[in-house]
Design a protein around this ligand. Sequence first.
Ligand code: ATP
Ligand code: MG
Length: 413
Amino acid sequence: MNTMPVLVLHYHEMWLKGGNRSFFLHKFTDSIHQHLGGLGPVRVAHEDGRVLVTLGTEASLAEAVERVKRIFGVAHYSVAAECGRDLAEVEQTAWAQLEPQLFRSFAVRARRADKTLPFKSAEAERQIGRFLLDAARAAGREVSVNLNRPEVTCFVEFTRNRALVFSEKIPGPGGMAANTAGKLVCLLSGGYDSAVAAYRMMKRGARLIFVHFHGVAARVGEASEPVARDIVKTLVPYQGGARLYLVPFYELQREILLGAPEEYRILLYRRLMLRIAEKLAYKHHALGMVTGDSLAQVASQTLHNMNAVGAVARLPVYRPLVGMDKLEILDLARKIGTYDISSERFTDCCPVFMPRRPRLYAGVEELDRAEQRLDIPSLVQRGVAAAKREIYQFVDGKVVEEPHVPLPASIGA
Ligand code: ATP
Ligand code: MG
């Protein structure tokens, strides 16, 4: 048997009901390989509903464990010792795992993924537990079995080919395997919310294309593009790569400023952003847009305004944070590593020319009237044509930018 520890990845809820299982597991396997790229030879095997990852002797286990934390689909994982299914062998392996640890109480938890074994899980637990107790006492240690609140648990999983022994179950990011749900275009502002919204949709298997609208920096060093770019780079590992469109918005905002009533400005900026994002969505065969709107957080996020803004899009607009509180959102931002980036000082293009009294409860027709004097198709076209595209990949544990490729002429079509 292999002497290197095995990473055991557990998943749940990975496929839709129906015959999709192998599609999801294939994608999961691809994603595992991509995440562990550059660590030398990696063997990924599926066995009885879990994934066993074996690394070469030269690979850094600590690095591999670090990378597993960003593989969607992993519900929890363990670093296990692997051995044959013979209980005498399992006992030795279990003691080798527990001996270096400090504990006064322990329990053994066994699971048989292979039900054809000649012993029941409870019998295995008792026998291995007895052995561990004797071994610990023989080593002069004061330990006891505590089935309710053990300080250490020795987990043993019997699969059809081996036994896996580990003492820690570490929560993974959960979710569905990356890139299994189709594409969406995410409107990424650089603020806390849209980054978290992106994460939540990626976690459900959506592949995101990012679009950021930027104005002119109010002060040197306060441009918003580097902030959006850093967020994208933080999120790229989760889906293995991403496109970011940077759309200059200042000139378009000026048209709205000149051609529409003041109280509707913010809502008309939003409508225009959504229309441009939708163009990009069609271009990439994406199935909708994602925003970081959260109900009643700011004036533009009342139910009325979200409806009046969203009405211009034919594709659905997903707002995964709509029912979340700000504190919950910020917690998640900290967990996924975007909080500090969003905390940077940058010029958000929306508050520019902020109306003194923004409309709180706009209707669809009301906004239609408010933009009557604007040449919307031309504004959309100008935004799309001015978009700059950046492409990022996740290779060997690093996010790298692909060399610039000019936009295809057909983008505005
Ligand atoms: P965020 O924290 O994501 O900026 P917010 O609570 O500040 O959200 P708004 O600024 O009103 O709310 O923006 C609502 C949503 O509109 C954002 O979550 C984002 O999806 C989109 N959005 C706003 N500004 C931009 C921008 N400059 N570029 C791309 N999308 C934007
Ligand atoms: Mg914002």
